[in-house]
Design a protein around this ligand. Structure first.
Ligand code: DMJ
Length: 609
């Protein structure tokens, strides 16, 4: 057996011989240089010095994280952004999106470079001057009169491109961004050639030809008011104001007697009438509800028609679309038909990741509006809606009069945010699926949240408010997942992908800002750890095809909203001082921040306010 001493003999020999020592040092240096060149695969060299992430450490271990550590975490999100954008710039610009596994690119939103436009304001907030300068070059060169493919989808183009330009202007004051926004708005303008002013689905900017069915989708026909109102304010062009107002007027004059004042999903864009009565806050509807509150806030609380529509929509949602799961008491929002005495609401019990923006919106409303003193906003809930105006669907207004509306909205926000988080915590990946469906077995029914809240109240409001508790995660083993034997979650996964979407993080961010409770921010960090661990690739970040397998499966896609929203909200959540104050700024549905403004006397005359 060699003794310890014989083991060290070669080292002693090296140290004794200067020539040998020089050769060894030389060899080590060459080795280090070669390996660093080999692994230097991204333009953002910062990436290689990111410390190794520990395994998600759980909430308890996170309670005493010092302020300096949160700043370091914000810095890590900034590194993540540089990794994503640097690789987009290297492999995909000026095309739309990067394929993070194959280093390919895709033109899925007009071919003007959607990732660059969507990223501008995040760069400005993160102080990434070089990236911003490059992106601005690309923005200046984009030709909005030609698109690949020829027809431009209006909704996505407005929320990503137009809003990206306007928000970047508000932060940089580079006027060229407003000029480009006007170029874009002009190219799209034929889209409004309908009797109601509700836009078609798409337009060919080269010919002005429009395309799309007469039946429009709520989110797509009614999510332009923030962008066009702010554009009108900046350019003083009354045309843009008229575009926004036409949609608002169509919405406010619609007959909603079957839906309690909430907007259904389908609209006839010629007649301006709701077509059917399917109600949702998820896909096809989400941002239209969001823009009601946000238009009121953007115009410094002057657009009262918008405020009233928001209170009506949320009153109906709280009364009819919020349910509690049978055993875990998960509070969730689902889509329904119009309510009738005979059939009730006919809920689908599907809960979408997209709907996870709702807790944040409710918290924002409770934070910025005097919902506990409605008279200060000249609102009487029962005058806003009742059984005379809305028939059976109108009875919820009276019900909510028994509550302090600020509390009620915050309770709903808290419970929904808990469930959104729980769908992440339940997965071995720590990332949430795109859709779940609540189990509604014969003897274990899900039930309306307001029924549970009423019961709690009439029994003396003792104990916990229904649906607000922290839930213990239920993580199934691989065997349970593949054999379908897992129990105790209260739901099945319907769509198992994580598409790098922002909604849950957006709500965690708003809950953190509004309540100051560190648990929301800590959860944001745990999600970021999982994103780093499981979605990061050598050249970007990849969506996941499944979040419930261990390891999860990556997909060759990095949507632009990952840079516009997901990373922006995470960054702002970890900063010590948030530059985007909730009473001074309003985020559009793609997380582009616009400053709150007041109409001047001149505006009032010009826009006939
Ligand atoms: C984003 O493009 C926007 O938030 C939109 O309103 C709906 N969802 C996607 C990301 O999930």
């Amino acid at each position: 057996m060699p003794t310890l001493d014989t083991h060290r003999a070669p080292i002693r020999n090296i140290l004794r011989s200067p020539r040998l020592l020089r050769n060894v040092v030389y060899g080590v240096v060459v080795f280090l240089v070669l390996t660093s060149l080999l692994y230097r695969t991204t333009p953002s060299d910062i990436v290689s010095i990111i410390p190794h992430y520990p395994k998600p450490s759980g909430l308890d271990a996170q309670q005493d994280v010092p302020a300096a550590e949160w700043s370091r975490r914000a810095e890590q999100v900034r590194h993540a952004f540089r990794h994503a954008y640097g690789n987009y710039e290297r492999y995909a610009a000026p095309h739309d999106e990067l394929k993070p596994l194959s280093q390919g690119r895709v033109d899925n939103f007009n071919g003007w470079g959607v990732t660059a436009f969507d990223s501008l304001d995040t760069m400005l907030l993160m102080g990434l001057d070089d990236e911003y300068a490059h992106a601005l070059d690309l923005v200046k060169k984009a030709d909005f009169t030609k698109s690949r493919p020829a027809f431009v989808p209006f909704f996505e183009t407005i929320i990503r491109y137009l809003a990206g330009l306007l928000s970047a202007y508000s932060l940089s004051k580079d006027y060229v961004l407003v000029q480009r926004a006007e170029d874009l708005a002009k190219a799209l303008d034929p889209i409004f050639d309908t009797p109601t002013g509700m836009p078609f689905y798409s337009v060919d900017p080269e010919t002005g030809k429009t395309l799309g069915p007469e039946l429009g989708i709520l989110a797509e026909v009614a999510s332009l008011q923030l962008e066009y109102t702010y554009l009108a304010k900046l350019t003083q062009n009354v045309e843009y104001w008229n575009r926004s107002q036409a949609v608002m007027n169509t919405l406010s004059s619609a007959n909603l007697e079957n839906t309690g004042g909430m907007f259904p999903i389908q609209w006839n864009i010629t007649s301006g009438k709701p077509f059917a009565y399917r109600l949702s806050v998820g896909a096809q509807a989400d941002s239209a509800h969001e823009y009601l509150l946000k238009l009121y806030l953007l115009t410094n609380k002057t657009d009262t028609a918008s405020l009233e529509m928001y209170i009506r929509a949320t009153t109906h949602i709280i009364n009819n679309l919020l349910y509690i799961s049978p055993t875990r008491n998960l509070l969730y929002v689902t889509d329904t038909d119009m309510p009738t005495i005979e059939r009730g609401n006919s809920p689908s019990h599907i809960f979408e990741h997209l709907s996870c923006f709702l807790p944040g919106l409710l918290a924002l409303g409770a934070h910025t509006l005097p919902l506990d003193k409605l008279h200060e906003m000249n609102i009487d809930l029962e005058k806003l809606g009742n059984e005379t105006t809305y028939g059976y669907a109108g009875k919820g207004y009276k019900r909510l009069k028994n509550y302090n509306l600020k509390d009620l909205h915050m309770w709903a926000a808290e419970g929904l945010a808990q469930t959104c988080w729980t769908t992440y915590a339940d997965q071995p990946s720590g990332l949430g699926p795109d859709e779940i469906v609540i189990s509604t077995a014969k003897n274990s029914h899900a039930y309306l949240w307001m029924d549970a809240v009423d019961k709690w109240k009439t029994s003396g409001a003792r104990g916990a408010i229904p649906g607000l508790a922290d839930h213990k995660p239920v993580v199934y083993t691989e065997y349970q997942r593949s054999h379908g034997t897992g129990k105790g979650r209260d739901y099945q996964i319907r769509k198992a992908g994580y598409l790098l979407r922002p909604e849950t993080i957006e709500s965690l961010y708003l809950m953190w800002r509004v309540t100051g409770d560190p648990k929301w921010r800590i959860r944001g960090w745990l999600i970021f750890e999982a994103i780093e661990k499981l979605t990061k690739t050598r050249t970007g970040y990849a969506s996941l095809l499944r979040v419930d397998t261990d390891p999860p499966i990556q997909d060759d896609s990095m949507p632009s909203y990952f840079l516009a929203e997901t990373l922006k909200y995470l960054y702002l959540m970890f900063l010590a001082e948030d530059p985007i104050k909730l009473d001074k700024w309003v985020f559009n549905t793609e997380a582009h921040a616009f400053p709150v403004f007041s109409w001047t006397e001149e505006d009032r005359v010009r826009f006939n306010l």
